[in-house]
Design a binder for this molecule. Structure first.
Ligand code: SF4
Length: 78
């Protein structure tokens, strides 16, 4: 289960984040929310470079969370 105290460091502030230990990274989520998620510099993790705004982006974030096989994406951050 994702832990808000263990965000990928590059994750922008806000409720949505990727857990730094759980992300493998398998890249499945990138296809669901390409406008929100991307690889970090060495492609070892994925992070939210933008928080979702509006219904469409929120739906993409929710889809990314739902497809993540590691349950590494959550929305209980600050
Ligand atoms: S789907 Fe989950 S484990 Fe895979 S890259 Fe995205 S956050 Fe990481």
């Amino acid at each position: 289960m994702a832990d808000k105290n263990n965000k990928v460091p590059e994750n922008v502030p806000g409720p949505w984040y990727v857990d730094n230990e759980l992300c493998t990274p398998c890249r499945v989520c990138l296809d669901e929310a390409p406008e929100l998620l991307k690889y970090n510099a060495d492609e070892s993790k994925v992070y939210f470079h933008k928080q979702p705004e509006g219904d469409a982006e929120l739906a993409h974030a929710q889809s990314a969370r739902d497809v993540c096989p590691q349950a590494a994406i959550a929305e209980d951050g600050e």
